[in-house]
Design a protein. Structure first.
Length: 382
């Protein structure tokens, strides 16, 4: 069977959806199945997906009207390529599919915050508000099957878009095999030097949307930094607060007030550095009002590092009971208390250290990839 895959999320700095598709493809490569996988790209074919393996091929599609437009790639270049290459089924891992597509397809919806809680979503432009919400909904209605990473997202799709339950499948994401405790002191020391880490540190990684309350976490940590001068806070990920470099500006002003480099701000961290940083961190803090899954908390647990989070949306499915929970993530004092608990409560930290890896092991990319392939095969026969 020939499976076509929209793979443009693998281009550039790989975050969220790109890491999801990369993990699934790597599992499929390892299985050496008899199926044929054809990956479609928009701007470039990444080096790690310039295939030599049998059964895999990558194709860079021509620019429509010479324009570097994602909309034209999705709704013109991809359908044209599908007509030429004639895959048996298409896989769209990132919320939308071409509206003119006549082939059956499977769609992944990682969350539908843009439909359920649009005030929490980061909108690059007013046009995105219309295109994403409407095209995603139409794609979901038209899809042969929908994949979601959590029961929470499945229920949201059924509640808001009235999609039938038998069409939605939960394929839980996972922490990759590279996410495990890094104990080599040389590796940890090299990362500390590169990221300006002096001693103990709290860690946030991911796109910094307002719904993740990173600003409140920084303000809460300010109180920790005053009391505990050997602690820092590494905040890594693109700033999605709307105004340019808001979090970097806040970090600079707080560091100036403290007269030390307590806040470390990075726009991006390479995947290869993440296991070492998780392992070195005192704790990972990851709060959210609305989340479809939340890989960073799970990756942190896989590396043996305690997590501070909250019980909203899908997060309890991910961390189970193995976390320190913040009751009110809008309240700086509540966040501060949770951070302080990781410093003062040795018994709780020992408990979290014991359960973290076990909780992460409940999730598997191998299972996710196998489930996804089975659904693609089944959907091609509908």
């Amino acid at each position: 069977m020939k499976i076509g895959i929209d793979s443009h999320c693998l281009e550039g700095n790989r975050t969220g959806v790109g890491r999801y598709l990369s993990a699934i493809l790597n599992e499929w490569k390892a299985e050496k199945s008899d199926h044929e996988f054809l990956l479609y790209f928009k701007n470039e074919i990444p080096k790690d997906f310039s295939f030599t393996e049998k059964g895999f091929a990558s194709k860079l599609l021509p620019k429509v009207f010479g324009r570097n437009s994602t909309a034209l790639f999705m709704h013109k270049a991809l359908p044209d390529a599908v007509l030429t290459d004639r895959p048996d089924i298409m896989f769209f891992p990132e919320y939308i599919a071409p509206l003119t597509l006549t082939k059956p397809f499977v769609l992944t919806l990682h969350d539908i915050v843009y439909a359920a809680r649009p005030e929490l979503h980061f909108w690059p432009s007013p046009l995105d508000h219309i295109l994403l919400t409407q095209v995603s909904k139409l794609s979901a209605k038209k899809a042969s099957a929908i994949l979601t990473p959590s029961e929470f997202v499945k229920k949201e799709i059924m509640r808001i878009w009235k999609v039938k339950e038998n069409k939605i499948f939960v394929t839980r994401e996972a922490a990759g095999e590279e996410f495990k405790p890094v104990k080599e002191q040389e590796k940890q020391q090299e990362l500390r030097l590169r990221y300006d880490i002096e001693d103990k540190f709290f860690f946030f990684v991911g796109s910094a949307f307002k719904r993740r309350h990173v600003r409140e976490c920084m303000e809460a940590f300010m109180n920790i930094a005053v009391q505990h001068k050997n602690y820092q806070f590494l905040i890594a990920g693109s700033d999605r607060y709307g105004s340019h470099n808001e979090l970097s500006g806040l970090a600079q002003s707080l560091n100036k007030a403290l007269k030390r480099n307590a806040f470390i701000r990075k726009d991006f961290i390479e995947n290869k550095d993440l296991p070492g940083l998780y392992s070195s961190a005192h704790a990972t803090i990851w709060l959210s009002e609305y989340e479809g899954f939340g890989l960073p908390p799970l990756e942190s647990l896989a590396c043996g590092t305690p997590v501070i989070t909250n019980k909203a949306a899908s997060l309890p499915e991910v961390v189970g009971d193995c976390a320190i929970f913040v009751e009110d993530i809008t309240d700086i004092r509540s966040i501060y208390n949770a951070m302080q608990k990781t410093i003062n409560d040795n018994e709780k930290m020992s408990e979290l250290n014991s359960c973290s890896v076990t909780q992460a092991e409940k999730f598997s990319w191998k299972d996710c990839a196998a489930q996804t392939l089975d659904i693609l095969i089944g959907s091609s026969k509908l």
